[in-house]
Design a protein around this ligand. Structure first.
Ligand SMILES: C[S@@+](CC[C@H](N)C(=O)[O-])C[C@H]1O[C@@H](n2cnc3c(N)ncnc32)[C@H](O)[C@@H]1O
Length: 230
C-alpha cells in the first residue's frame, strides 16, 4: 500500500485547529488527517495514553516509548501525571517531522493544563537524542527519526504509546516488522496502547505474540486497542 505521507516529496502543510474541548491540534488537509480527535485533543489523549497506558502500568520508575510526538500533548500529560504520582518517568519519543517554532507556539495547552509554555519550547526545540531532565521525576528524549529506522533495545520499555497516523493514511509503522520491533522493545507484561482498532493491525499484534483487548473508546468512539506482551 502506498504511504501517502512518506512518499511525499515535501512535508505536507499543517494547520492549527481548535478541537471541541477547547484544546488545539493539527490538521493535514491534503491527507485529510488530524493529530487528534476533533471531539477533544486533551480528552482523547488523556483517555487513550494516560488512563489506558501509563496508569495501567505499576512499574516505578517507568520507561515510556511514544511513536509520533506530534504536538507534544502526550508528553505534557505524562509529565503532569508523573509529578502528581511522584513516579520517576523516562520518556522517549520518536518524531521524524518535528513542528517548527511558529507551529508549536500556536498550541494552547498551557491554557488547559498546569504547564508553562517554556516546557513546550524545551521539548520541541531539543536536539535529537539529547537527554533532558525536565524536573526531578521526568527525563525526556526526542529522537527525530521514524519507527522504521530507529534502533530500540530489547525489553527496555514498560509502555508504548503507538500514535502514528492511521494505517489507511500511513501504512508502514503498522506493518508486521514494525509491530515485531515494538513487541521486542517492551518488557514482558509491558503495555501497548493506541487509538487504532483496525482489523489488520490487531491481527499483526496477535501474530507477534501480544494479548489484545479492545476497551470502549472515548467520546463515542467504538473501541481502542490495549495490548499486553506475554
Ligand atoms: C497522530 S500524530 C501524533 C500526535 C501526537 N502524539 C500528539 O500528542 O500530538 C502522528 C505523528 O506521527 C509522526 N510520524 C509520521 N511518520 C512517522 C514514523 N514513520 N515513525 C514515527 N512517527 C511518525 C507524524 O509526524 C505525527 O507527528
Amino acid at each position: 500500500m502506498n504511504d501517502k505521507w512518506d512518499t511525499s516529496s515535501k512535508v505536507l502543510s499543517r494547520r492549527i485547529v481548535t478541537t471541541e474541548d477547547g484544546s488545539t491540534s493539527i490538521e493535514i488537509p491534503e491527507m485529510n488527517e488530524m493529530y487528534h480527535s476533533r471531539k477533544g485533543a486533551i480528552k482523547e489523549s488523556q483517555f487513550v495514553y494516560i488512563d489506558h497506558g501509563y496508569n495501567l502500568c505499576t512499574s516505578s520508575p517507568i520507561n515510556v516509548l511514544e511513536i509520533g510526538m506530534g504536538t507534544g500533548l502526550n508528553v505534557l500529560l505524562t509529565l503532569i501525571e508523573s509529578k502528581r504520582q511522584q513516579r520517576t518517568t523516562y520518556f522517549h519519543t520518536l518524531e521524524p517531522y518535528p513542528l517548527n517554532t511558529n507551529e508549536w507556539a500556536q498550541l494552547n495547552f498551557e491554557k488547559h493544563l498546569s504547564i508553562a509554555k517554556e516546557t513546550l519550547q524545551l521539548i520541541h526545540e531539543t536536539k535529537s537524542d539529547e537527554e533532558l531532565e525536565i524536573n526531578e521525576y521526568f527525563k525526556f528524549q526526542l529522537s527525530k527519526t521514524k519507527l522504521e529506522l530507529c534502533q530500540l533495545n530489547n525489553n527496555q520499555y514498560d509502555v508504548v504509546y503507538f500514535d502514528a497516523f492511521a494505517p489507511n493514511k500511513q501504512a508502514n509503522p503498522w506493518q508486521l516488522d514494525n509491530i515485531q520491533k515494538v513487541y521486542d522493545c517492551l518488557r514482558p507484561g509491558g503495555i501497548l496502547t493506541t487509538y487504532c482498532a483496525q482489523g489488520q493491525f490487531k491481527r499483526n499484534l496477535l501474530q507477534v505474540g501480544f494479548s489484545v483487548t479492545n476497551p470502549e473508546g472515548p467520546m463515542g468512539k467504538r473501541e481502542i486497542t490495549v495490548a499486553y506482551k506475554k
